[in-house]
Ligand binder design. Structure first.
Ligand code: MRU
Length: 316
């Protein structure tokens, strides 16, 4: 099953807003439908929105400049979207290029999975944040790709999935994927991480990333930075798993990453139930930046990159 694919001149996606209770598909037929699906997070996750943008460019072929502008404005943080749009702007055969971007994603994730085996030992208890799984990519996933390949290699791992407020990608999506694959896991709320680390219940942290700066600073789902600081305090290795298309060599450090600010409703409500007094002031940044010094390695399709060694450019 693929999270996104081209089918009969339409883009078929899993509607992630309906999970975990319903596995349903949506067919996108126009550029505006693709943009809306990205904005409303029917499709989300850095590599998956990159592929969606590539197909969006196919629909927007009559005016690629306008299509690129609309897609780039849909979600600002994940650089994969920009990377895919720029690739499409240079392409001769748009549909062929978009299909190639989608196919490459699966191969890349499998390689990330294989490369990640180097850091996973038998019996490890691994914490992950948000959803960096098959649902965040075309298939297989990045952080969950490493977890999948460790499970396939019979490393007898156990996963802790942080629920990931406010959108709950950990509870709704990661837990759904892990359950389907019969990978042993425990769902926790985000504020349980310190408690579990203190009790020595976590051996390794692997998360995805939305944009990685030249110096290795990595933007990922809000809450990741706090987890990385806690991991350092407890001597637990913290890894990012991401394709090299997530590395933005144009930016020197994480300070240059644009952090998406989302609708306050996502914080004020759970489901459609209000959980705060009317008029409460709200902040809702969707991502934070983990400085390179907290990151032991970036597991990519090209091997494990080390952020500390004079930046990433020389390692690519
Ligand atoms: O807001 P989302 O759900 O798109 O955020 C997703 C993440 O932060 C993922 O960890 C990241 O995109 C990597 S996905 C392989």
């Amino acid at each position: 099953m693929k999270t996104i694919e081209w089918k009969n001149n339409k883009v078929k996606i899993i509607d992630q807003t309906k999970l975990p209770h319903k596995l349903s598909f949506v067919y996108l037929r126009t550029l505006d439908q693709v943009v809306a699906a990205i904005k409303t997070m029917k499709i989300r996750g850095a590599p998956a929105i990159g592929v969606a943008a590539a197909f969006g460019m196919v629909f927007g072929e009559k005016n690629l400049k306008v299509a690129a502008r609309k897609l780039l404005a849909s979600r600002p943080t994940a650089v994969n979207l920009k990377w895919a749009v720029e690739r499409m702007l240079k392409a001769k055969d748009l549909l062929k290029e978009a299909k190639e971007i989608a196919a490459e994603d699966v191969v890349t994730n499998k390689k990330i999975g294989e490369n990640g085996l180097k850091v996973v030992r038998k019996g490890m208890r691994i914490l992950t944040v948000c959803n960096a799984g098959a649902l965040a990519t075309v298939a297989y996933g990045t952080a969950l790709g490493v977890i999948r390949s460790a499970h396939e290699a019979k490393r007898r791992i156990h996963v802790y999935a942080a629920e990931t407020r406010p959108r709950l990608q950990g509870a709704k999506l990661t837990a759904w994927e892990l359950k389907r694959e019969r990978i042993p896991f425990t769902l926790i709320t985000d504020n349980m991480v310190g408690y579990l680390m203190q009790k020595r219940e976590i051996d390794l942290v692997i998360t995805g990333a939305d944009r990685i700066a030249r110096n290795g600073d990595s933007a990922n789902k809000i809450g990741t930075y706090g987890v990385a600081v806690l991991a350092k305090e407890h001597g637990i290795p913290f890894y990012i798993a991401a394709p090299t298309s997530t590395i933005d060599l144009k930016i020197r450090s994480g300070r240059q990453v644009v952090i998406e600010e989302r609708d306050p409703k996502e914080v004020l409500e759970i489901g459609s139930e209000s959980i705060a007094p009317k008029g409460a002031g709200v902040l809702n940044p969707a991502f934070d930046v983990t400085p390179a010094r907290y990151i032991k390695g970036i597991i990519s399709e090209k091997g494990i990159l080390r952020p500390g060694r004079g930046g990433l450019s020389s390692q690519l």
